[in-house]
Structure formats: C-alpha cells, structure tokens
Design a protein around this ligand. Structure first.
Ligand SMILES: Nc1ncnc2c1ncn2[C@@H]1O[C@H](COP(=O)(O)OP(=O)(O)OP(=O)(O)O)[C@@H](O)[C@H]1O
Ligand SMILES: [Mg+2]
Length: 234
C-alpha cells in the first residue's frame, strides 16, 4: 500500500473537522474524495501533506508512520500537493513558480521541467510571464506543474477544476489521467463529482468529517444516494 490514513482525528481549535477518517491509496490508482462543502476533504489532504497536525490516528507512506514528519520531508518522500485555490506566486514568472517545486530536490531536474512544459504547452509559451497575470486555468496548470516538479509518487490535487470553463475542465481531467498513466498515483478532491468518479479507480464519500461510503468510481456513479446528493440527481 502506498498511502494509508488510519482513523485520523483533526481539530481546528475545539472544532473536530475529521472524526476518524480511514482510507488508502494503492500505487498506480486515481482515488477521489467527494463530499459537500466543509466535509473535510481539504483537511484530509493537508493532514497527509503535513500542513495540519492530527489529534489522533496515523498516516503511513509505504508502511512508514509519517504522522509527525515535517511537510518538506514528506515532499522529499514523494508526496506532492497542488493546493486548493491554486496558490501560485503572482509576482514570480511561470518558470520561477515551477522551479519552486524543485527547491527541496537534490540533483538534476531539467528533464522534469521539460516534461511539465511538454504536458502544458501553454506554460512553455509563457515561461517569462508573471504568474499573477496568467488566466485562472493557466494558473491551475502552474500549480499542478509545480507539484509535478517535486517528482511525486503520489500527487494530491485539491479541486483542480475549480472555476474553470467546461472545455478546460475536460482538459484538466484528461491531463490528470495522463499523469496517472505516466506512473504517478493521484489522490483527487473534487466538487465536480461526475467527472472525478469517471476517471477514478476508487472513491470515498465524506460527510461532516467521516467516510460514509467507498467503492469503485463507476459504482458510485450508479449509486442512487450518491446521484441524489452529489450528481444533481441525474
Ligand atoms: N482554518 C480553519 N479554522 C477553523 N475551522 C476550519 C479551518 N479550515 C477548515 N475548517 C473547518 O473544518 C471543516 C472541514 O473543512 P475543509 O476545508 O476540510 O472542507 P472541504 O471538504 O475541503 O470543503 P470545501 O468543499 O468547501 O472545500 C469545516 O467545518 C471548516 O469550517
Ligand atoms: Mg476544500
């Protein structure tokens, strides 16, 4: 098992955001977390990447307990995160933003930079443009590209399709599948449940800090409860 989350409880002050979340991600999978606003999806990703401390429970990476490990060391182990709301550095160029992703790495990363530019030709055309002047979709590409520059074993993506036009949403989901086909495991958080479930090997449904359902993505697409709650009842 590549990534295991075991019965984690996470608090913001006295408020319990996660109440015993357990999930796992196998090498090579795309696994999605779906759920309403405030269900705990972002908190789960942040706890895995080390941005939030846990109150109890464990996070394991390749069987090793990393619950107390600092975030930058988790990045080095192979946990890459593209945060919610993009989080690019607006005053830095596209290329500088991408290189920020490689700053914890030792050794050669120019091949990875070329790979990111190959994956996102738009970024290759705009290497010297300030990230803050790129469009919303382009900034999303920068954020994903920057996470890829950490050369992750597992890529944590928080709402990569947020705020994008339908055509660009389809493009982002295609790119996620390509990244996965290239050998990177993906843990994906999405409001856009329909498309996320379509490309996911498995998915977990979160409700108010708990996992209420887990199944292969395609099964959840046909699940009446999931359809009513998260797929607009269609
Ligand atoms: N910094 C914070 N301080 C206090 N409470 C927080 C903080 N961040 C999140 N929470 C609370 O924790 C719970 C889970 O939030 P989280 O951001 O993980 O939800 P989410 O599933 O990602 O929601 P969304 O779909 O809106 O992004 C919510 O009740 C939220 O209000
Ligand atoms: Mg969120």
């Amino acid at each position: 098992m590549l990534l295991e989350v075991q019965d984690i409880n996470v608090h913001y002050g006295k408020i319990a955001a996660l109440k015993g979340i357990t999930l796992d991600v196998n090498e090579g999978e795309i696994v999605s977390l779906i759920g309403a606003n405030g269900a705990g999806k972002t908190t789960t990703l942040k706890t895995i990447s080390g941005l939030r401390p846990l109150t109890s429970g464990k996070v394991l990476f390749e069987g090793e307990d990393i619950s107390k490990m600092q975030g930058h060391r988790r990045v080095r182990l192979g946990i890459g995160q593209s945060p919610e709301g993009r989080g690019v550095f607006p005053g830095m160029t596209v290329q500088e933003n991408l290189l920020m992703g490689a700053y914890t790495r030792k050794g050669e990363f120019s091949a990875d930079l070329e790979k990111v530019y190959g994956r996102f030709p738009r970024l290759a055309e705009r290497k010297t443009q300030f990230a803050g002047t790129m469009s919303g979709g382009e900034q999303q590409m920068i954020a994903i590209g920057r996470a890829l520059m950490t050369n992750p074993r597992v890529l944590l993506l928080d709402e990569p399709s947020m705020g994008l036009a339908p055509m660009l949403i389809a493009e982002i989901f295609k790119i996620i599948q390509e990244i996965n086909a290239d050998g990177t495991t993906v843990l994906l958080v999405e409001q856009n449940a329909q498309q996320a479930l379509k490309i996911s090997h498995r998915a977990y449904v979160l409700e108010t800090g708990r996992v209420v359902k887990s199944a292969p993505g395609k099964d959840l697409l046909d699940d009446p409860q999931v359809r009513a709650a998260y797929l607009g009842g269609h």
